[in-house]
Design a protein around this ligand. Sequence first.
Ligand code: NOS
Length: 321
Amino acid sequence: MATEPKKIIIDTDPGIDDAMAIFVALQSPEIKVIGLTTIYGNVYTSLATRNALHLLDVAGRTDIPVAEGSHVTITKGTKLRIADFVHGTDGLGNQNFPAPNGKPIDQNAAEFLIQQASLYPGKVTVVALGPLTNIALAIQSDPAFVKNIRQIVVLGGSFAVNGNVNPAAEANIFGDPDAADIVFTSGADVLAVGINVTHQVVLTDSDRNELAKSNGKFAKYLDKILDVYFGYHHDAYSTKGVYLHDPTALLAAVDPSLITYTEGAVRVQTSGITRGLTLFYNKQKRFAEVTEWCDKPSVKVAVTVDATKVLKLVMERLINS
Ligand SMILES: O=c1[nH]cnc2c1ncn2[C@@H]1O[C@H](CO)[C@@H](O)[C@H]1O
């Protein structure tokens, strides 16, 4: 008997690489996308909702519900860091797309996550592509959430490498460090895919040309919006290509054999100049002192990725659309 597709909820702040991840997800027979939840990060939450609905219009998948997420951090912070300089002011490469046809559902993101996890215990994977506020809210509001959810795949952190906001912090963790610490210490099955891994997955100019030349609906759409993302990478990193953060995390949820990981406790620095730093403890040494890592449950942290295979899957799935 064929195995049932994995149920996936994508928590997203679209975002150019979010758009790519969502389209790859919709082209992946191994999974069933049962909803999108939205969050601030690349754009403010209201625009993330609009963009999520727009992307589902483009895909002809308005059957998929969109639940709007938090507009503020878990500590009610309103001074958000929005990465419009990476994705354009509209989040999707400054293309003036029309308003979406659909509307978000009445439930908010945390309520939707809680409901779906309890409807299908052990069956729903969340792929979190933005700051972790919605997931932390679900964990705080429902004590059963961490056992009902199958896995939380987090695109975030910079494990033993520099961040992309500053040398300490990666953007999604920096967006809500308190929420990230709640998720990492919750006891849920968490897999963190950090930029130490996603920086190995690069879509080059020639890959982009291939997308442009193809007849794939998603490939052509993405070619249009990719200019801003390429420009940013060129200026910030001097690369002739772009990092595929979100598609890599999504594909790690689809097929865990694309990555290897290690296990241990992760804490997040929530203040000071290293705010947003993710610090991994491998649980090998027994320290003489009691530390803030000692009694924390282990999470999985991605270490290597089969970058060639991830890129191949992304290209194939976008071109055959
Ligand atoms: O330099 C950056 N600053 C802020 N956000 C970024 C930057 N580069 C990429 N992203 C966005 O944040 C996530 C990865 O950290 C990705 O979702 C990417 O779209």
